[in-house]
Design a protein around this ligand. Structure first.
Ligand code: NI
Ligand code: MN
Length: 225
């Protein structure tokens, strides 16, 4: 079973398929993060988009670990130009890596690097390994195609932004759960900044009323799925 560790915000480490895969490692300047970039071991780093709270410490971690950054083409090029190994992909495309399969899906949001460089479209990610499918929604509004993602994939674990202001708020994220039909949902992208200070327990309660399951992960907590 893959092991998922929460780094805070939209950041995770997934251990599975014989690899360590890190999502959106925003640690420096993140008031909720407990880990430091130097603590992170990674074989691959998957990025949902180029915003600073997702790109985060990617370049330092990638170079220190000789890790490969997996991202949409423009964001991968941005990282490659700054010395990282990359594997460019794009939305709708999937690729079989040694650890499992990665597919990029749509997300309704923006995407540029902190220096203003355009970094392509933002994305969500389907990661299938060890027979389990994880969906990281990235930063996104609610969209009806989540129904299609749920219909075409048996999602074991969904990581969904709930913080509002920049992404779905709680009620939209609850509707996302109904569209995606995952075994378990975990709220992300809340409390890091004042404008996204929402209560994740409200999300968990509202999801449970729909017959689905959600739970809050503490920063640094690990679960198997
Ligand atoms: Ni963003
Ligand atoms: Mn964000």
């Amino acid at each position: 079973m893959p092991r998922l560790t929460y780094l805070s915000h939209a950041g995770f480490i997934v251990e599975g398929g014989g690899s360590r895969i890190v999502f959106d490692p925003f640690l420096t300047g993140n008031p909720l993060a407990k880990a430091k970039p130097g603590d992170i071991q990674a074989d691959y780093i998957i990025l949902t988009h180029g915003h600073g709270d997702h790109l985060g410490d990617t370049l330092d971690i990638a170079k220190a670990n000789n890790a490969t950054v997996i991202a949409v083409f423009e964001l991968a090029n941005y990282c490659a130009a700054r010395g990282a190994n990359v594997h460019p992909m794009h939305i709708g495309g999937a690729y079989n890596f040694p650890f499992g399969r990665v597919k990029f899906t749509i997300a309704h949001h923006g995407s540029s690097a902190p220096d203003g460089t355009y970094t392509g479209n933002p994305a969500g990610v389907l990661l299938t390994m060890d027979g389990k499918t994880l969906y990281h929604a990235g930063d996104t509004a609610l969209f009806l195609d989540m129904k299609l993602i749920g219909e075409m994939n048996n999602i074991d674990l969904a990581l969904l932004p709930i913080g509002d202001n920049f992404t779905m708020g709680i009620d939209d994220a609850v509707k996302a759960v109904e569209f995606l039909r995952p075994q378990l949902s975990i709220p992300i992208h809340y409390k890091t900044f004042d404008v996204i200070d929402v209560d994740p327990n409200e999300f968990v309660e509202k999801v449970s009323r729909t017959g689905f399951k959600a739970r809050v992960m503490e920063v640094g907590e690990t679960l198997e799925y």
